[in-house]
Design a protein around this ligand. Structure first.
Ligand SMILES: CC(C)(COP(=O)(O)OP(=O)(O)OC[C@H]1O[C@@H](n2cnc3c(N)ncnc32)[C@H](O)[C@@H]1OP(=O)(O)O)[C@@H](O)C(=O)NCCC(=O)NCCS
Length: 333
């Protein structure tokens, strides 16, 4: 299919990792520059998937030259847009982005087994994607960062011992199930469960943990700076903070939550303070995170701890209207 801009869109499965590597390496350099994120591990994983020809997506060519790509992943009846990227060296990267997004959306909107589409593409400034993802709900989000300069005291760093009868422990595998239960409870009715529907169920929360801990998409999980807060005597968790390494010296908080019944007692600040205090010993010089702009409780907590705003982007989600089956189409004639 060719447009007046000479852009051709082809199925990504026609392409090998070798052909797409230069484009992906160019993108990785932008992740590093804009978000201090070493994207190479994610790139390597993506290249493996490309060579196994199982990734749904498209590649854009401009006069035969690869200039962009997009792909999605399926989680049951949900599709998550994994990426849309256009080479900024191309003369109209935004047009390429729109072509790619349109092809992906046409495919997903027509897919009878897909009932929800989500995306959170961090490299796009807020306001760009809603123009093409029409009908999607839009959730502005912020990318925050905190420089851990040794000379600066950590504002709000509350690495104090937790009050009795609570304790803070490093993450270990035994906390998988109670952490998933805590995540599900923490995000009930929360704005972020409109962005990521995994938060709505226990199964989904386990899957979220699995993705964060075992897959490099969100950096490499760091059990040393990931902590849980619990009552010494009980099994239930009061709060968790999970961290990944996204570059040699940059950590990223992938989860912070406190049980609804225990909020407003400084437990969130305590977990954050303990996490921040541990980072310099593990060679970190900065920490980042993403937060929904409307999540004022979390935003205040982060800004009070010294985080500043680096970037604003959009999360988007669409619940497709139920499809009318063949029989109902006939009966409506
Ligand atoms: C965000 C969250 C972890 C905060 O935990 P918490 O234990 O209630 O927070 P703290 O008691 O430590 O509060 C720390 C600061 O955050 C702010 N804060 C916390 N809860 C707040 C609320 N409901 N409204 C406004 N500000 C709030 C305050 O500035 C507070 O400082 P203070 O001592 O001046 O009151 C908790 O609300 C939560 O789990 N929310 C759901 C999950 C979530 O949104 N996680 C963050 C995703 S990015």
């Amino acid at each position: 299919m060719t447009s007046p801009q000479q852009i051709e869109i082809l199925d990504i499965r026609h392409f090998t990792a070798r052909q797409l590597r230069p484009l992906l390496e160019g993108e990785a350099a932008i992740w590093c520059k804009r978000l201090r994120w070493d994207y190479i591990t994610s790139t390597d994983l993506l290249l493996q998937y490309l060579d196994s020809r199982i990734l749904p997506g498209f590649v854009a060519l401009n006069r035969g030259r690869i200039c962009g790509y997009t792909f999605c992943v399926y989680e049951g009846p949900k599709a998550v847009v994994g990426d849309i990227y256009a080479d900024p060296g191309n003369n109209d990267p935004l047009a390429v982005t729109f072509h790619l997004a349109r092809h992906l959306l046409d495919m997903l909107e027509a897919a009878p087994d897909i009932d929800r589409i989500e995306d959170q593409l961090l490299l796009f400034d807020s306001g760009i994607l809603p123009a093409i993802f029409t009908g999607f709900k839009v959730f502005p989000r912020l990318f925050l960062e905190h420089d851990l300069q040794p000379s600066r005291s950590l504002p709000g760093a509350v690495a104090l011992p937790p009050p009795q009868p609570f304790e803070i422990c490093p993450w270990s595998e035994q906390f998988y199930q109670p952490a998933a239960e805590l995540i599900q409870a923490s995000y009930a009715g929360h704005i972020d469960s409109n962005i990521n529907d995994q938060y709505r169920t226990l199964h989904g929360s386990l899957r979220f943990l699995h993705n964060v801990i075992r897959f490099p998409g969100c950096g490499t999980f760091d059990p040393m700076s990931s902590l849980i807060l619990r009552e010494r005597a009980g099994n239930a968790l009061i709060g968790i903070i999970l961290c990944s390494r996204i570059a040699g010296d940059v950590a990223h908080i992938t989860q912070l939550c406190v049980a609804p019944a225990c909020r407003g007692r400084n437990f969130g600040a305590l977990l954050l303070g303990h996490c921040l205090a541990r980072l310099p010993a593990h060679r970190y010089r900065a920490i980042t995170l993403t937060v929904s702009e409307a999540n004022t409780a979390a935003l205040r907590l982060y800004e009070a701890a010294g985080f500043t705003r680096r970037h604003r982007f959009d999360a988007l989600a669409l619940d497709k209207p139920p499809r009318r089956g063949f029989l109902s189409l006939i009966s409506h004639r």
